[in-house]
Design a protein around this ligand. Structure first.
Ligand code: SF4
Length: 98
């Protein structure tokens, strides 16, 4: 075992927070199809079914599915934000304004 292997094990695992804005969710279920481990869509007796987040904190094993659901949600109701090592949510990079 080389000297570098100890240093590698000290690196903290990355984590992300997943949220759904239930005010704009319309129950399309794209999220559940893309990431069934993270989202469940349930009938709550309102106009539309609503997505519920099953795992609000995810790791690298689920980030691709979460990002796909975020990208293809027709209402843009899903937010996936990286959690920094200090527990704070990473600020998204400024998008260029036209
Ligand atoms: S795809 Fe978006 S709008 Fe549709 S149920 Fe999921 S979070 Fe709600």
């Amino acid at each position: 075992m080389g000297r570098g292997s100890k240093r590698m094990s000290a690196v903290a695992a990355k984590a992300w927070r997943v949220r759904v804005d239930t005010g704009i969710c319309q129950g399309h279920s794209v999220c559940m199809a893309e990431a069934p481990e993270i989202f469940e869509v349930e009938d709550v007796g309102e106009f539309y079914p609503i997505a519920r987040v099953l795992q609000a904190r995810i790791g690298e094993d689920l980030i691709e599915q979460a990002r796909t659901a975020e990208r293809y949600c027709p209402n843009r109701a899903i937010k996936v934000e990286e959690i920094a090592e200090d527990g704070e949510i990473e600020k998204p990079k400024e998008e260029e304004k036209p």
